[in-house]
Design a protein around this ligand. Structure first.
Ligand SMILES: NC(=O)c1ccc[n+]([C@@H]2O[C@H](COP(=O)([O-])OP(=O)(O)OC[C@H]3O[C@@H](n4cnc5c(N)ncnc54)[C@H](O)[C@@H]3O)[C@@H](O)[C@H]2O)c1
Length: 394
């Protein structure tokens, strides 16, 4: 059986998850064995080794070579494929380096956090194509697969309008953890909607033309001092967002949890966008991150055509197809079990097959670039209160 020697740049939560899923996918397909042979992370080697095998993960990287920088890894390590899963603002720099060495790449989203980076990455992608899978698992969930079939069969007629929503109960991470620094994330359109724009555009199958957007910060803000940590705050035991409550209610809180009511708490806490497609149809999309009650939360889409509509929420196992002019409603049951409702499995299987030359990427760099472009233009629109053209320009 073939062996894929895998490099990991950024062995954090997502990096270890993706590496393990790639290993498992290769094993279950019986196509290859995957071994993590090269790692670059800011954590010391021993910490990385422990981390890779903790919290229910079973990634043994003890035989891997560890490198102090990504440059050194890419120069010296003999690898067949590479994951880039550092924090967001480093993705472009690292992806360009991997592309220039023609190494097949699994690239975390967002692919870029600035327009300058996006244009640079696009140029690198135009010049080198070793095969890139962008980390867009939602597009490959059973929900989207079934909805796409219904739309492609013509059952809802021509798509005229779409509505998308994301309201996650785990939104605290964007105010407590490193994600609170929008200098790193680029804001929450890039952090979250990049997934939703990608899968909804895929469902709608139309070319985005222009966007307008609004973002608000109404709840996750305050006058607490910059740099305040929950564990140093006298209000921690009673604060609804403090780690005492988070651990009690959700069973989890980041170790270095920062105050989400401080003057340096970044990121908007809700945002909405209207995306117009070239043919005049449009998508309206909203996201919010301050809700904690699951009954207020959800993530999904409604796609409406001349003949009917199809809708789903990823948290439910039911896709609803309704005809416009007939009293017909079909409920189709899907299983959304697995990470990202099953999308991670399909994406990592595709990555293994792409590395082995058996399949093309189902989430290629062009899609990552387009989705990041839409998010960057949404951010620009929210900042300028103007419609922005979806074009690869500043
Ligand atoms: N596709 C998805 O659904 C999904 C889900 C979660 C996270 N993500 C993305 O994955 C990325 C990582 O998120 P995370 O939650 O795993 O964060 P994390 O902090 O757990 O992991 C990031 C890792 O990168 C390492 N790192 C930082 N700078 C580095 C450098 N210069 N060279 C090498 N390593 C470096 C850090 O030490 C850390 O271990 C983010 O961009 C996030 O948006 C994507």
């Amino acid at each position: 059986m073939k062996e894929i020697k895998l490099g990991v740049i950024g062995l954090g939560g997502r990096g270890r998850h993706v590496a393990m899923y790639i290993r498992n996918a290769a094993k279950s397909l019986a196509l290859a064995s995957v071994r993590v042979t090269a790692v670059c992370d800011l954590k010391p080697k021993e910490e990385c080794i422990k981390y890779a095998a903790a919290d229910g993960y079973d990634l043994d990287i003890s035989a891997a070579e560890f490198f102090a920088t990504a440059d050194e890894l890419l120069e010296k390590a003999d690898i067949d494929a590479c994951i880039v899963a550092t924090r967001c603002n480093l993705h472009t720099d690292l992806a360009v380096k991997v592309l220039e060495r023609n190494i097949p790449l699994f690239l975390e989203k967002p692919v870029s956090t600035t327009i300058d980076d996006l244009l640079r990455l696009k140029a690198a992608g135009d010049a080198h194509d070793p095969g890139v899978v962008v980390s867009f698992p939602l597009r490959y969930t059973p929900h989207v697969k079934v909805a796409k079939k219904i739309i492609e069969r013509g059952d809802i007629g021509d798509v005229a309008f779409a509505n998308g929503w994301t309201r996650v109960a785990y939104g605290g991470v964007y105010y407590h953890d490193w994600y609170r620094d929008e200098g790193i994330t680029g804001g929450l359109f890039l952090q979250k909607s990049t997934h939703d724009f990608d899968y909804i555009n895929y469902l709608v199958g139309k070319k985005p033309a222009e966007i307008c957007a609004v973002k608000s910060k109404m709840v996750m803000k305050g006058d607490r001092p910059a740099g305040l940590r929950c564990d140093a705050c006298p209000d921690n035991p009673t604060c609804p967002e403090g780690i005492v409550q988070m651990r009690r209610v959700y069973g989890y809180a980041p170790d270095n949890s920062m105050c989400c009511y401080a003057v340096d708490t970044g990121n908007e806490d809700s945002g909405s966008a209207i995306l117009r497609y070239e043919d005049g149809s449009h998508l309206s999309y909203s996201q919010a991150f301050f809700l904690r009650n699951l009954r207020s939360c959800g993530r999904g889409a409604l796609i409406c055509g001349s003949e009917g509509s199809v809708s789903f929420d990823f948290n439910s196992d039911t896709i609803v197809f309704a005809r416009t002019y007939e009293p017909v409603v079909e409920e189709i049951k899907v299983s959304g079990a697995g990470a990202h409702f099953g999308g991670d499995e399909r994406l990592t299987e595709n990555f293994v097959k792409m590395v082995l030359g058996l399949e093309k990427s189902i989430a290629p760099l062009e899609e990552g670039l387009m989705s990041a472009l839409i998010c960057l233009k949404a951010r620009q629109s929210a900042e300028t209160r103007l419609f922005k053209k979806i074009a690869f320009e500043k």
